[in-house]
Design a protein around this ligand. Sequence first.
Ligand code: SF4
Length: 409
Amino acid sequence: MDQKNIIIELGPMGPIGEQDALILRVNRNCPWNRCLFCSVYKDKKFSIRNKDDVKKDIDAVAYIQSELEKISWEMGTNGRINGETIRETLRRYPAVFGRFPHEMSPEQAHAVNSLGAVASWLLHGAKRVFLQDADALITKTDELAEIILYLKEAFPSIDIVSSYARSKTCRNKSSGELAVLKAAGLNWCYVGIESGSDDVLTYMKKGVTRKEHIEGGKRFMESGISMAAFIMPGLGGGEALFAKRHIEDTISVLNEIRPSEVRIRSLAVHEASPLYDSWLSGDFHVPTDDLMIEELCLLIHGLDFDCIFETLQMTNPLFAVRGRFSELKEDMCQSIEEYRVLNADERARFIFKRYVDEGYLSFVRRWGKCDEELQRIIETARISLKKGNCDAIEKVNRAVFAIKSKGVP
Ligand code: SF4
């Protein structure tokens, strides 16, 4: 096995639900990169990858697949790839992979990651591909279509090709261009709507207006490419009237677009984001979970169409669901009502438990970010809650904010 033939360029992330997908990097980082609440690509320069380099990555995927199948045949498992095939591949080529997992050069570690990404994809049936990074749609239409066609020809098993896309990028494509991409095989785009309020979009430097959101979103839906719209309760800040306007304007944008899926991503102010500095300076007031739950409630009651509805991200405090909105609505409303009837003290206990004991903090620990300051803030809130101090709710809100500022699982 030749190391240079198996190296694939891997970008930073894909959305929830794409863990079984092959991640194929079409461009690097974000062409906009100015949203106040986002820290993912900060200080990283945007560039479009040469389509021939992307095709070389696809060739590398095919090469890895053929090598794994060859080894499987030699092992007597009839070309089927499983954990033992992968372990044997790592053992057989120490020059390529080093002594995994203990002794590896950076190149060998990259080779292991490439092998792992492809093997995992094959083990999941080689059905989904996610095009990275933040806005793959901005690539020239004919080049993107050529890449997708090349990919689907190499792997006929693929049935879903998806990417992130800005609604402004979609709006700047003609219906004919979207038809070309759809025909090539692009069938899902994930779009950060976040808010339908021009005030919020302007403050957050989203670089798009509500009108452009609607035009871009409608163009997606008319093209037949399915669209998942990301919505962010809390982005209107901590003032109830402003938060209500943010959600009402967001509802009206969604009701116009009628996207295939709505994904809820309640606000977390990451410590590396510019919004964190706005919070530190007192310019941005952070919403409580109570307020974000009220926003979610308004949203659920305001949508007038059916779609897939998803709340799997852990910044959403009440429930983690994905399914048909019409089927989930009643249960979600009931959960919100059960939360609402709690008194303030009970709600604070519920929220504290949710973030501290039910998984979120474990992720923060795993990332090595549960520092002394965070532990102190959490312990202060715990003691305050236990004693029933009058500042317990404020301390819980501070602790939850601090936990969420470390990242989003
Ligand atoms: S467009 Fe998306 S990736 Fe780019 S800065 Fe905004 S939220 Fe981040």
